[in-house]
Design a protein. Structure first.
Length: 345
């Protein structure tokens, strides 16, 4: 587990530039293309002026159409291309503008990419990175907003990464691309305008290492992806009433830093998980089950989770405002955890 200070040292060498989340993704792709001639980037709109929300802008001009290119709307074929290229020694980066569209390629991802190294006894590599964007915002409705990280984290052989800040987005994406295992890199569209000082030089954040974004002693607030800013905002609100919340950003669902989660909850005795996804069978449920199995009666209150309601995402911005959890929801869950004390019976 990294503290904020350790993370700062991890990424502070040399100069920095203030970048948005989207610009940090762009910087990571550019440096990956520079570092390894086997890296190539493709997807619908990858070479367009908009550059997939600005994340691929300017790359085709620098690296050419053989390494950065647009594609037909044929998700299964695009995944098959990634699997074949990776098994031949290249490092493909496939981008889906919505995670929903990735579902057309599930056979390739789950039945071929995920078990490839296992089926070869560890001899074969599958260095595929699939960028999948979750499209919260604009009232887009149920076909453009699915958050399916728990689906893919359930499959052995897949790495699932969910960055919550620009600096993490760059370091985690570089590590994903240079990994020899297939990686699903999930980006919250609502984070794309978020800004942070990001190191200019290439750097790599170890996959599966959580980050303590704010230290605390009263309750552990575990979070990921687009819920990270809301969790930090909730912790700030709680601090105004002398409640000290420790915010732990897991950064990766798979591999999951169970040790850091347990260490934090052991210190506070309380757990709230804020997840950008549905309640049933989700990452929050897995984290709570793991903590309960490990700490049991050592908990000072029942674990709680703040998630999406168990419903399809509604269409329309006003309905979205009612659907998605807020920092106030996280505050309420933390307060309930603080006021409840489990019986010792």
């Amino acid at each position: 587990m990294l503290s904020r200070e350790s993370r700062a040292a991890e990424t502070s060498a040399g100069s920095t530039t203030r970048l948005s989340f989207a610009q940090a993704i762009n910087a990571a792709l550019r440096q990956a293309l520079e570092l390894d001639p086997g890296v190539f980037v493709y997807g619908i709109g990858a070479d367009g002026a908009a550059g997939i929300f600005g994340t691929t802008t300017g790359l085709v001009e620098k690296f050419g159409a053989k390494r950065v290119f647009d594609t037909p709307i044929a998700e299964a074929g695009l995944a098959a291309l990634a699997a074949g290229a990776a098994s031949s020694g290249l490092r493909p980066v496939l981008a889906h503008q919505r995670l929903d569209f990735m579902l057309y390629s599930v056979d390739q991802v789950v039945n071929w990419m995920a078990p490839w190294r296992f089926m070869s006894g560890g001899r074969a590599k599958m260095p595929v990175t699939i960028r999948a964007i979750i499209g919260k915002g604009w009232g887009q409705g149920p076909q453009h907003t699915k958050s399916l990280h728990a689906w893919f984290a359930h499959v052995p052989g897949l790495q699932v990464v969910m960055p919550g800040s620009p600096a993490d987005a760059k370091g985690l994406l570089l590590s994903s691309i240079m990994s020899d295992d297939p990686t699903l890199f999930i980006e919250g569209r609502s984070l794309f305008s978020m800004q942070e000082d990001v190191p200019d030089a290439p750097y790599f954040i170890r996959l599966g290492e959580a980050l303590v974004r704010r230290e605390g002693k009263d309750v552990t607030l575990v979070t990921m992806g687009s819920m990270v800013p809301l969790a930090l905002q909730a912790a700030e609100t709680l601090a105004q009433s002398t409640i000290s919340a420790e915010v732990l950003d897991i950064r990766c669902l798979m591999p999951l830093d169970v040790e850091s989660i347990i260490a934090s909850v052991k210190k506070t005795g309380r757990l709230v998980v804020a997840e950008p996804g549905w309640r049933m069978y989700g990452a929050a449920a897995e984290i709570i089950a793991t903590v309960a199995e490990t700490l049991g009666k050592d908990m000072r209150s029942r674990p709680r989770r703040v998630t999406w309601p168990q419903s399809a995402v509604p269409t329309g911005s006003k309905l979205e405002e009612l659907f998605y959890p807020t920092s106030e929801d996280i505050v309420a869950a933390c307060r309930a955890s603080i006021t409840e004390e489990l019986s010792e019976e």
